[in-house]
Design a protein around this ligand. Structure first.
Ligand code: AMP
Length: 427
């Protein structure tokens, strides 16, 4: 039996594999990625490329031992030297490891990096949840300012706007500092303790291990109970309060609609002060398009200099799915315009040199190398949506001309080879 693709991953081809995968073509991926990169660069972010795998310890230390990612979602393996390695489940930890290890602070602050690539999580595959998924993310390292938070949120929304995405909701919250969070955790424990048996099994486990994660529960009974839980905003210190108030003013000044969701805590341990998520109604169950926040202590926890930072990551599959659902236009990549067909050995040899010449003039040309009948070649060119054929036979070669055939209009023209390049450029 031929070998099949593993569960939870998929191929990306130039065309959709079936009608449910119309969002998933390499052209759509390339377009979305190019827009994200263009916007990030215009905001002064530079690209960083991080490894696909790291020491497992890096992820445990940064995302937190009691998170779903560290507990059950990592693809972890031992290498031949018995070292524990993991495929990256997210990008921030690696960017920060690189920042510390390569002494990037010496370049001066802030440092602004974006990254693009696959992340890996061992999750139960379902719509919007895969084991390998694409993320575009960025990190602004070195600024403690709410202006930086606002810039990052604005950047993210600018990417979505440029892509024509609609019906977005921006949710923001502040999770304060580790000290105030500790007080909040005590209050949460006191609130949930007498209601423990009413909570779902998952939330009962979270109560023991990571009570904050109960707030992420999707269980309907849990959700009702959570509504009455204490608000983290009531526990903020003055600096966090001011930071959060300034962020709201700045977003308001930019005309960004947002809602405050005081139960938004996000799954990872490293956040401080600002956290945010973008959701879209058209996405269904997995409605979160992107998330991020501020992590003022992470670099220090990785034994680097204390450096306040903020960033986000956006999922690309969900983005592509919702763009397709909303019929957002995509800009096509340039594709083959001309198919060069030569008839006879001498013409073929001459056509191959002409092919190179046309390509050097940035014309998108392919050449037919087979000797099959010209009718069959034209038919398959038409099927591939190539609009024109260029036919070089012995007669044309002798007269230094070529036949230009429009496959749509089914018309033909004889063009002098000397004028060919200029003529093709006008089409
Ligand atoms: P997170 O790092 O969990 O905040 O994820 C950031 C974004 O990546 C999410 O909002 C999703 O859009 C996307 N994402 C996370 N996990 C998956 C997954 N298993 N499959 C597809 N997209 C995902």
């Amino acid at each position: 039996m031929p070998i099949s693709i593993p569960k939870g991953v998929f191929d990306v081809l130039p065309f959709p594999l079936d009608s449910s995968m119309e969002w998933n073509t390499s052209e759509r991926w390339a377009y979305v990625e190019s827009v994200a990169i263009e916007v990030a660069r215009s905001y002064g972010f530079e690209e960083i490329r991080i490894p696909i795998f790291e020491h497992t310890e890096l992820f445990i230390r940064s995302v937190g031992e009691q998170t779903d990612i560290a507990q059950k979602e990592m693809f972890t393996f031992l290498d031949r030297g018995n070292r524990s390695l993991s495929l990256r489940p997210e990008g921030t930890a690696s960017v920060m490891r690189s920042y510390v290890e390569n002494h990037l602070s010496q370049r001066g602050l802030p440092q602004k990096y974006y990254y693009l690539g696959s992340m890996f999580r061992y999750e139960r595959p379902q719509a919007g949840r895969y084991r390998q998924f694409g993320q575009f993310g960025l990190e602004a390292i070195g600024s403690p300012s709410a202006y930086q938070d606002a810039e990052v949120i604005d950047l993210m929304l600018t990417i979505y706007k440029k892509l024509g995405l609609k019906k977005l909701q921006v949710m923001i919250n502040s999770v304060g500092t580790p000290q105030t969070r500790k007080q909040y955790l005590d209050a949460l424990r006191a609130f949930f303790a007498p209601r423990l048996t009413e909570l779902s099994q998952d939330s009962q486990t979270r109560f023991e291990k990571n009570v904050l994660r109960i707030l992420d529960s999707k269980d309907t009974t849990d959700k009702k109970i959570i509504e009455g839980a204490p608000s983290i905003l009531d526990f903020l210190d003055d600096a966090s309060k001011q930071h959060f108030a300034l962020l709201q003013t700045l977003l308001g000044n930019l005309g960004i609609d947002f809602v405050i969701n005081d139960k938004l805590v996000r799954g990872l341990d490293y956040y401080t002060k600002t956290v945010f998520e973008i959701t879209c109604d058209d996405l269904g169950a997995q409605s979160t398009l992107a998330g991020g926040g501020r992590y003022d202590n992470l670099i220090q926890e990785l034994e680097g200099p204390a450096t306040p930072s903020v960033g986000f990551a956006m999922g690309l599959e969900r983005l592509l799915q919702v763009l397709h659902r909303q019929n957002a236009p995509i800009k096509s990549l340039p594709r083959t315009q001309f198919l060069l067909i030569a008839l006879g050995q001498e013409a073929k040899c001459a056509a191959f040199s002409l092919l190179k010449q046309l390509r050097e003039h940035h014309l998108m040309v392919e050449m037919e190398y087979s000797d099959r009948k010209i009718g069959a070649t034209l038919q398959s060119a038409d099927k591939k949506n190539i609009p024109y054929a260029l036919i070089l036979g012995e007669e044309e070669l002798a007269g230094r001309t070529i036949t230009l055939k429009s496959l749509k209009e089914r018309s033909s023209d004889s063009i002098s080879l000397d004028k060919l390049i200029n003529h093709l450029k006008t089409l």
